[in-house]
Design a protein around this ligand. Structure first.
Ligand code: B12
Ligand code: SF4
Length: 474
């Protein structure tokens, strides 16, 4: 197994997807070894050595990210994957998978020359893939399997339940020290339909919750066996369904876990009772997927909540003294000066600890935004989206970015990675060295004095917007 992800911004992320595959493969009688490239200095040497030491029949390459989804300082990770596959291809059958792969399977297979790949969750189908490879039987027809050289993939099958990851092959303490957390998934799936979002595509639109006892057992193992004291829940939405979140928090409280944690929260489903349980269960930071402070933009983006619900959720968190970040997304269909001003005004009114801003929305195949982008000729029919394309097209995007850069530049809690406002590679590196726990914005948003320093490091284009070019965050 190779985890190809080397991204360290905003922090290194434990390769949870592969950890979920360890047990199903072991149960099917396969011996697995792991090469995690995240902290490797010399990738070709590490891959060659692993191939030499293990002589694998099959190499499973996990591709979490395609790119950093950040305009205009986007970086693609595809070359890195191509390099890894090229080193393995002659020595073993190479199978690709992971969220990045699932979003662009055909173009990634073509770009890397891997033998095949699996779209979607690997637990159920991967043992069948390996069984067929071992027996020399063609893979055609297996759910979600795509084969190099073309052919239509069979649609993936979403398993009914979610199992438990096995972290025994992985360096959990290193991710805790350098990434600030262990990651835990309590459910999969999202029933909402935000126009740009891939999560329902990746995980399905039916929520599948893990048994609460399983999750608490996993948390207990992380604390007792790995010394974990901070967890980031990586569910699409922690607080939906509300009953499931309540049950989990109650079980965590009953277990007496000594653990702090953060989660993504949908502003539409956070009531005082649930939030109280979250805090008592150790929640010390909340990331609100607000997107916009404009009612028209919330509708245009297909959000399921109102501005008033954002206000209530935000006040609940801030009044309780829990670190609170709002994530904003500028550039959806209909965004203009007025809607940007509405978002700015809402953030000024709520005064959260951090406002994390993306300008421009990456377009993914299969989303409603893709259909809009096709209609407006931002992308062409059949165009590969392996390299990121953002909505709206320039010059609209640049105009929006200029207004956002100006507003953000005046506010110490706004963090705009693409425009390098209140963040930079140096600052992130420094914070990571201090081994801060939890999301990095918890301290980034509060560091008023850094704004001037990080902004001077930016190669600014007109209006303070960095000119597109090589990534500046690393
Ligand atoms: C939680 C999350 C985060 C959290 C992570 C917190 C943490 N400590 O873990 C935060 C906010 C920090 C984050 C950051 C980023 N993220 Co993020 N994140 C997610 C999210 C919601 C869940 C990821 C997860 O852990 N899933 C749980 C595991 C179990 O699932 P999995 O990895 O997909 O694995 C399953 C399958 O893919 C498959 N599988 C996996 N590997 C393999 C291998 C083989 C061979 C096979 C057959 C199958 C297989 O089987 C696994 C088990 O079923 C996903 C969206 C989503 N719903 O998937 C985005 C997602 C992965 N993130 C994405 C991105 C881009 C990023 C950032 C680059 C954004 C940025 N600029 O900051 C950074 C990168 C961070 C890093 N160092 O890598 C994108 C990747 C797509 C793309 N365009 O590249 C996603 C898909 C969201 C999106 N835009 O659609 N992220
Ligand atoms: S943005 Fe959040 S609520 Fe909307 S579809 Fe995606 S995961 Fe679901």
């Amino acid at each position: 197994m190779i985890s190809a992800n080397r991204e360290r911004d905003p922090s290194p992320v434990f390769p949870l997807g592969l950890a979920y595959l360890v047990e199903p493969l072991e149960r099917a009688g396969h011996a697995s070894r792991l090469l995690d490239l995240c902290f490797e200095k010399d990738v070709p040497a590490a891959v060659r050595q692993a191939l030499h030491e293990t002589s694998p029949d099959v190499v499973l390459v996990s591709i979490r990210n395609l790119d950093n989804v950040t305009w205009p300082t986007h970086r693609s990770y595809v070359d890195g994957v191509r390099e890894v596959v090229a080193l393995c291809r002659e020595r073993a059958v190479v199978v690709l998978g992971g969220s990045g792969f699932s979003l662009e399977p055909a173009s990634l297979l073509a770009a890397t020359g891997a033998h095949c790949g699996v779209v979607g969750e690997g637990e159920e189908v991967l043992p069948h893939v390996l069984e067929r490879i071992e027996a020399g039987i063609p893979l055609q027809g297996l759910p979600g399997v795509v084969i190099g050289g073309g052919g239509k993939p069979a649609s993936p099958r979403i398993p009914a339940s979610v199992g438990t990851p096995d972290r025994s092959l992985f360096d959990v303490p290193r991710y805790l020290t350098e990434g600030g957390a262990a990651n835990v998934q309590t459910k999969r799936g999202c029933p909402f339909g935000c126009v740009y979002c891939t999560y329902p595509i990746l995980e399905g639109s039916l929520v599948r919750t893990r048994p609460v006892a399983d999750v608490v057992r996993e948390l207990r193992t992380l604390v007792d066996d790995h010394g974990v004291d901070y967890v980031e829940f990586c569910d699409d939405i922690f607080n939906f369904p509300e009953a499931a979140a309540r049950q989990l928090c109650e079980a965590m409280i009953a277990d007496g876990l000594r653990l702090s944690w953060s989660a993504f929260v949908n502003p539409g489903h956070l009531d005082a009772r649930l939030f109280d349980l979250m805090v008592r269960a150790g929640c010390d930071a909340v990331e609100l997927g607000t997107d916009s402070g404009s009612p028209a933009m919330l509708r245009s983006l297909g959000k399921s909540f109102t501005v008033e619900e954002v206000r209530e959720a935000s006040r609940l968190c801030l009044d309780a003294g829990v670190a609170t970040a709002h994530y904003l997304l500028f550039g959806g269909p209909g965004e203009d000066e007025g809607t940007i001003a509405e978002s700015v005004a809402l953030m000024d009114e709520l005064a959260p600890d951090a406002v994390i801003v993306m300008v421009g929305i990456r377009i993914y195949a299969g989303t409603a935004l893709h259909a809009v982008a096709l209609r407006e000729e931002v992308v062409a029919e059949g165009q590969s989206l392996l390299e990121p394309v953002f909505y709206p097209a320039e010059p609209d995007l640049r105009r929006i970015a200029e207004q956002v850069a100006q507003e953000a530049g005046r506010r110490r809690t706004w963090i705009v990675p693409g425009l390098e406002v209140n963040t930079s590679a140096g600052v992130l590196e420094m914070l990571r060295r201090r081994q801060q726990r939890g999301p990095i914005w918890k301290v980034l948003g509060r560091r008023a004095s850094w704004r001037g320093r990080t902004r001077t490091a930016t190669t600014a284009g007109p209006g303070g917007v960095p000119a597109p070019g090589p990534a500046r965050l690393r």
